[in-house]
Ligand binder design. Structure first.
Ligand SMILES: Cc1cc2nc3c(=O)[nH]c(=O)nc-3n(C[C@H](O)[C@H](O)[C@H](O)COP(=O)(O)O)c2cc1C
Length: 319
């Protein structure tokens, strides 16, 4: 089962416009382009900050009481899944009054406990294998890189609310595994990157087909926030944190560059978000992928039960 995540952050069309000039191959002029234009970038970031303040919020989840779409009754999704922190108490209350089931993302046991104490209905345990941004909101994300196999059962043991496991789940064997660990559902992102319906750019699709499992890396180069994707030239050459604006400004500053790269079909500058299990992702319709995941999970669970039934432990077998 996949839960879409609303990554709420301010955006601007112009913040990156003049910051990203490219050579004829579409790569930023010199690898350290952003560092050399730092003063300019700082100006852009300040302007962007003013724009965000004028808009009245630095984060959509921190809107004033009563202005949230669900409070007005305009939008009423069955589930609201969020990341990068916890909405304020008024927002959580508004969602509860609207009957919306809330799921918060945790990358550690402490974060899962915090979500539970704020009245969130379920927790998504995001393991280190996961593609895209780390949801860490307590401490540094580099210190919160616990694998799904280790994180899921610890979160299950620590909280009394349902746990959804995420990270590295791209086939049915992994779905069966996280259900065995106590999760109520599996959240898959990378598994759908090659789906017919996915808006994955052709160059991105080619990278997913051709790279191998040891070619993902964690980087802040594209957005200013730690995220896992397939290693490419931009992620490697702009990997010095001193050259990054904080999230979401770096994200805005690199947007033109990424769009330009996408138009050129140049995977060197695209954010190729992918989890460590991306070689298992298959090209098919989203519906077929879901059916395959469920079929494979049932088979894997049966095979595991059969394998266990064959285990004989000296002294423990009934006579
Ligand atoms: C292309 C891509 C985009 C993602 N975008 C977001 C996002 O905007 N917000 C978010 O919280 N998580 C995002 N994620 C992470 C997923 O919510 C989830 O944690 C992750 O996909 C699970 O691991 P997996 O990729 O190994 O399946 C994204 C993941 C991918 C692969």
């Amino acid at each position: 089962m996949y839960f879409g995540v609303m990554a709420a952050a301010p955006t601007t069309k112009n913040a990156s416009r003049s910051a990203c000039r490219c050579d004829s191959a579409g790569f930023p002029v010199a690898g350290s382009h952003i560092a050399k234009r730092r003063t300019h970038l700082r100006g852009q970031v300040r302007r962007y900050h003013r724009h965000a303040s004028r808009a009245g919020a630095s984060h959509a989840l921190r809107r004033r009481r009563g202005t949230t779409p669900w409070a007005k009754g305009a939008v009423r999704p069955a589930v609201f899944s969020f990341t990068f922190g916890i909405p304020d108490a008024d927002t959580v209350d508004a969602m509860k009054r609207a009957g919306i089931f809330t799921i918060g993302t945790a990358t550690t046991v402490e974060e899962a406990r915090r979500l539970q104490s704020c009245g969130i209905d379920a927790v998504c345990a995001q393991g280190a294998e996961a593609g895209g941004h780390r949801g860490t909101f307590i401490g540094e994300p580099e210190n919160a890189l616990v694998g799904t196999l280790s994180l899921t059962p610890q979160v299950v043991d620590a909280v009394g609310i349902p746990v959804v496991a995420a990270g590295g789940i791209s086939d049915g064997r992994a779905v069966a595994a996280v259900l065995a660990l106590g999760a109520v559902a599996a959240q898959c992102g990378t598994a759908f990157l090659r789906a017919h319906e996915a808006g994955t750019a052709p160059a991105y699709r080619r990278a997913l087909e051709n790279a191998s499992e040891d070619e993902t890396m964690l980087t802040r180069a594209f957005s200013g926030r730690l995220a896992r994707g397939i290693r490419n030239r931009f992620a490697v050459e702009v990997n010095d944190p001193r050259k990054h604006a904080p999230y979401p400004y770096q994200n805005a500053l690199t947007r033109d560059l990424r769009q330009h790269a996408s138009r050129l079909g140049n995977a060197d500058m695209l954010s190729l978000w992918a989890g460590q299990s991306f070689p298992l992702a298959r090209e098919a319709s989203a519906a077929d992928i879901v059916h395959s995941l469920m079929r494979e999970a049932a088979t894997a669970a049966t095979e595991a039960a059969t394998a266990l039934s064959r285990v004989t432990l000296p002294g423990l077998d009934s006579a």
